[in-house]
Design a protein around this ligand. Sequence first.
Ligand SMILES: Cc1ncc(COP(=O)(O)O)c(C=O)c1O
Length: 436
Amino acid sequence: MSSTADFSLTATPGRLLPTAIRGEGCRIWTADGQEWIDACGGAMVMSVGHCHPRLVDALKRQAEQLTFTYRFSFSNEPMLELAELLREVSPMPDSWAFFNSSGSESVESAINLVFLYWRERGRPEKTGLISRAPSYHGSTVGALGLSGTARRDDYEELLDPNAIAPTPGADIAARRTPAEECAHALGGLETAILERGPDTVGAIFVEPITGASGAALVPPDGYLQGVRELCTRYELLMICDETITGFGRTGAWFGVDQWGVEPDVITFAKGVTSGIVPFSGMLAAGHVAEVLMRRPDGFPVGHTFSGYPLGCAVGAEMIRVIRDEELLANATAMGERLRTGLDRIADGSPHVGQVRGMGLLQGIELVEDRETLTPRAGGTARVVAAAREQHLMIYSCVTRVGSRVVEAVMLAPPLNISEDDIDIILARLEQSIGAA
Ligand SMILES: Cc1ncc(COP(=O)(O)O)c(C=O)c1O
């Protein structure tokens, strides 16, 4: 059925979106018979594209067997299996896993973890959290309180002011060298820790590569190592929010692997099931989990769907698919092809201020001109609209950085994308960038 009205609150005011009826790989077909290319996986979700047959089979098999258990009543086989498989791919030794249904929930679970961990260590005053601006960690109160984004504006009275450290690379007009940028961002982070008082701070939250709010801001080499050092020096947990960068997006299992850094906690979501079921999780390093497991009640946090068998079965199959189809290597190779094409598009447009990213997460910042690097007001909306005209979906990133409103778009095609599809995306994008 192709509707003429949308009474869901997901509706876009004033506009009826096309009704999607089928998806495969990076393609979506709509009820009116049109074919679209999804070059951003909706919101960076589709790690292996739409309806990967092995994931669909894993879902069907599990659905015929067992669809739900409550975490305080039963364990279940896919959950035990996924927790074990995650140990093999986690950058942290002896990781333990906890499972939820969305990125925001896993960030909330990480906040719970910080409180319980420090309480168990006899330091209950270490409840402060520090995060960065720009950043996005989710829409629930705790996660939005960590986020440095205009999305918090309507709820400010509810939220904690945690996003007080600078995200490296967010202000391209500053024109710092990578070494200067690293020193600036780490200096800002240390100042934030000292101002809050290290004895009252429990954790730092970072996105290894800043996604929705930063259009793939890659930190300079040395930055994440520096965050690790500060966390160790001031006794803080380092929490990497890998909601976007996890599960192969950058060409490594987790974004933080690209710098060989071991955080204390990782949260993940989106790509873990490539949209087959809503699912997410949190990994805690062995030394953190060990402290929690000293408590008689362990980690007594529960969302009803924690450890959901269907999500766990698909997540476990995802790890096998990434391995069997050698998708980390493909993400690296296709990421290079995409990046080469984007750099070429940038050469031909005065309005591309920067192309950035890693693997199959790439962002393009739009500016008036390359001399001033002034944000190109309205450029994102025009480029996204022009892309839609060509049935190309790209992700819109309009972000406030200080007093600037940065305009950018982002791409996150599936890890199993082919060369031909990368080239189709590039051709349509080149046309669309002309509208900036
Ligand atoms: C880094 C990061 N963390 C958390 C979230 C929230 O995830 P969800 O929308 O699944 O709650 C997002 C969503 O875009 C995200 O990008």
